[in-house]
Structure formats: C-alpha cells, structure tokens
Ligand binder design. Sequence first.
Ligand code: ADP
Ligand code: MG
Length: 279
Amino acid sequence: MTNPLIKIKNLHCGYAPGKPVLYVDDLNLAENEITFMLGPSGIGKSTLIEALGLINDTILDNKSSHVLFQNDQNQYVNLNELWINNKSELETFRRNYFSFIFQNNYLMPNLSAGENMMMTLLMKGENETEAKDKILYYMDKVGLVGDLFDKKVVHLSGGQKQRLAFVRAIASPFKLLIGDEPTGNLDAMTADKLMSYATQSIRDSNRSALFVSHDINLALRYADTILLFKFIKKDVELGLLSDSEALKREGDKWYHTSKEIANPHQLIMEGFLQSPKML
Ligand code: ADP
Ligand code: MG
C-alpha cells in the first residue's frame, strides 16, 4: 500500500503499564477508504480508537512502537510523540484531523440541536453563517426537518439525536471520521440509512473513515476493508489486530489473504467463534 493514512507497528494498548489488552503488530490504514473493525466485546476496539483519535493515552510505553498519521503536508506525525510531548499540539491535531461519532450521542440535553451542532463547527474554526447552512443541509440529508434546529435536545427521540451526532461529525472538517459503534443503539433500518449516507458523503469528499461495529452486515455493505480482531494467548490472553486478518473488497468480491471468499459473513463468524474467550 503506497502512502497509507495510518501506519502502526508493534503497538501495545492498555490502561496499565505491563498489562496490555491489545497488540497491533503491523497495520496500515489506506487513505480514501472506509474501514470497519469487527471483534468480540472486550477485545480492545475502543482502547485502540481512544489512542488513534487522541482521546485517551492508551498507548503503552514502548520505544520500538510507532503510530504514524499522514498530515495535510503528506508528512507522517507520530501520535505516540504527540501523546508524550505536547498537549496543545495534540488538541489542535485532534480538532483538525478527526471527527467522532460514539454510540451515545454526547449531545447537551438542555441546548438546542442547533447550538449543539454549531458549538463543534465553530470550535473547528468554521464561520457562523456557513456552519449553519452546512448543518441545515446535512440535517435535511439525514431526514431531519429544519424546525428541529431550535428544539432542545431533551425533547428529541433517540433516533433523532443519533442522526444529529452524524450531522455534527460529517458537517465539521476532518480527514478521518472515527465511529465507535455509531449505530449501536439504532434499529437496523435507521442504522443502514445513516451508514449509507455517511459513507457516501465520505467517498464523495475523498475522505476516510474508521468504524467499530458489531454489525457484520453493515460492514459487508459499506466497508472497503474489514479488520478482524482475535484473541491470542501470549503470556496472557491478548487481543490481536493485524493486516494479515484483513478482508478486502474489490468490486463486489471479498478477499482474505489474497484469496476470494465465497461467504465472508461465515468467515468472520468462524473467526469469532475460534477466539478462546468465546469458547
Ligand atoms: P471493546 O471496545 O472491544 O468492547 P474495550 O476496548 O472497551 O473493548 O476494552 C478492552 C479491555 O480493556 C477490556 O478488558 C476492558 O475491561 C478494559 N478496559 C476498558 N476501559 C478501561 C479503563 N478505563 N481502565 C481499565 N481497563 C479498561
Ligand atoms: Mg467498545
């Protein structure tokens, strides 16, 4: 892969020194692609997202590891060094390069929908009039009427709030959209519609996305690459994420270790079932 967006080597993630929960041996994330990460609960998906999205320093100290992100000047920035060295640079980097959607919408209940959306866009340096136009445009695209702009979030349904979380993320500037179970609380049809719109809009604007999901069908419908986590037994039981476990789409066919797979759904399920924690 030439010039990946993210290059990871020999990375241990976790919450306490000497107690890794996840190991990434060698992984490249392509630019202008939609990547889904699938794996059983507790394997370290959110732990990795926290590190990559500069949300929480879950990179365990290891001098020989690197997590490189390609910036707008086509230079690779080592996220590990951002974590260690420079808090304000880290915050600026997060604002400039990432947008987030989580399973819980993280909207302020007593502010209006519009105030919630505007806050993020203005913080990212957007001009007020343009920000509002953009938000109304994207609200319309995800099926939210403009009247909702001035309604307090506390009066909205769960589905409306999660649509707003998508709008906020897509309308603001980013290079990589990061979603951690972004449709986890939605019914299957709403989840599909939102994911369809989000992925299309990312493709149209030549940007990239990394989604964690439990939903194999959504991944097979909208991903270019599916990364599979599995549990391995090293000294202790550990999650592993590796390029060698990736599924790649070409046209409407899926490939694993360069071989075409007739039934990718089954292959993914079998991978989960072989995981020691699932037995
Ligand atoms: P996933 O997102 O794949 O369901 P997580 O990344 O949330 O899994 O969790 C991976 C492991 O790290 C689990 O064993 C979990 O209990 C542990 N873990 C998660 N968050 C914390 C935390 N804040 N402090 C300590 N351990 C945590
Ligand atoms: Mg999680």
